[in-house]
Design a protein around this ligand. Sequence first.
Ligand SMILES: O=C(O)CCC(=O)C(=O)O
Length: 335
Amino acid sequence: MHYLPTWTLDDLPKPTKDLGRAKADVDVWGYCLLKDAVPMSVVERCRYRLREQAAAEKERGLAFEDGGKDQQWGDFKDHNGRVRPEAFRAENGGINQRVWMLANKGQAFLDLLEFDLWDDIIGHVLGDKFIIHSYTANIAKPGGMAMPLHIDQWWSPEPTSRGNKYLPVGSFTRERFNIDGPQKAPPAMLAPPAVSNVLIMLDAMTEANGGTRLVPGSHLAGRHPDKVLDAEVNTISAEGPPGCAIITDGRIWHGTGANRTDTDRNAILITYCGPQYRPQENYTIGIRSEVLSGASERLKELLGFRVWCGYGRTGDPTVDFVEPAAEEIGELKND
Ligand SMILES: O=C(O)CCC(=O)C(=O)O
């Protein structure tokens, strides 16, 4: 399409261990495939723990299930603005299972965060500082539909020009991100990447089992994919062995593929964002106390506990880390 580069399969990123190659692939195509990002022993521990956790959440009626044909991702509310938690359950057609807040759900997932092989690539995309935006798993199950194409930083404001009307940032929704809908011509200016995603394959990923669909080069399109305009857009399925990671520029058009096999496709997604953005998962409230008390400085920083340029503080902007258990200054009076 007019916004997108043309390519043949030979041009596109292949699984590589070469970090320089991987960074160049992200620059040109919006993604790379990092081979052996995680050793098999860690992959196996994470897969085992994930299956155990997912089964237990399902058994207790806590599972979040999407990928059904009548489900609308992002449409968490009904027409009266009420949140509909039951919309993402198997009884309403949900097939794939999401497991949220992995940092709370076992040592295997904390150990996975110790791998910093991909930090260099995330730093290449996001710069010196970044935090975790979400840390989740997506189990694409047999029969799960392809997820609509989207970008992960849908909330990131687009460039505007002097005198142009723009959609005020507080009026963004998952369905509306600018005033005019998709631009008719490629924009001259692009918003930079604000997030970068690492998807770790716990099983071999193939086109048949729901390998992530990607639109190569779409990170430079300067707009969101549109259901009508881009209905026929060329996608590829990311494929690789267990332990391989897909690392993306947050502007790339992508989504889970349809799983046409009879086995689950287990994957973990670590999404990073710049330190100035609101993470999707609120770790400063939601992290369990036993995880926080054992956390290294690096983990605390990744979870957003390090104050950044005075932001994220609870009072004094010069402190390094916030302490959720600290007693804050309240109402005071001199006698
Ligand atoms: O699981 C995948 O293949 C991709 C998931 C995805 O695109 C998302 O959760 O935004």
